[in-house]
Design a protein around this ligand. Structure first.
Ligand SMILES: [Fe+2]
Length: 105
């Protein structure tokens, strides 16, 4: 996978990047609300199609944070601590979605 794209420019120079990436693809679907059980922070880049992310703050932040949603399109990148923010996605109706994800830290 790494031969198809450079290290994302938005990551700090000193961050470590594990050796695996994830590819997510789907049509008219998405991910149900969940937390990730991963070791590091993650980034995800949208390559094809669009989808809406829904984020719900962790209980410790409920008094000052609100849930929110946003649309990602090809070329957009998302950096969220998915270990503490509940998140789900919904692919835009009628579209095929393709994204790549990795961790950093
Ligand atoms: Fe996730």
């Amino acid at each position: 996978m790494r031969k198809y794209y450079p290290k994302p420019h938005f990551l700090p120079e000193t961050c470590e990047i594990p050796s695996k990436e994830y590819v997510f693809m789907g049509y008219d679907d998405g991910a149900t609300m969940h937390l990730d059980f991963i070791n590091r922070l993650m980034w995800q880049a949208q390559l094809k199609g669009s989808k809406t992310w829904h984020l719900i703050p962790p209980p410790e932040c409920e008094d000052s944070c609100s849930q929110f949603s946003f649309l990602v399109e090809p070329g957009d990148a998302v950096l969220v601590d998915t270990r503490v923010w509940y998140h789900g996605t919904q692919i835009t109706r009628g579209q095929f979605s393709l994204s790549v994800q990795s961790e950093y830290g």
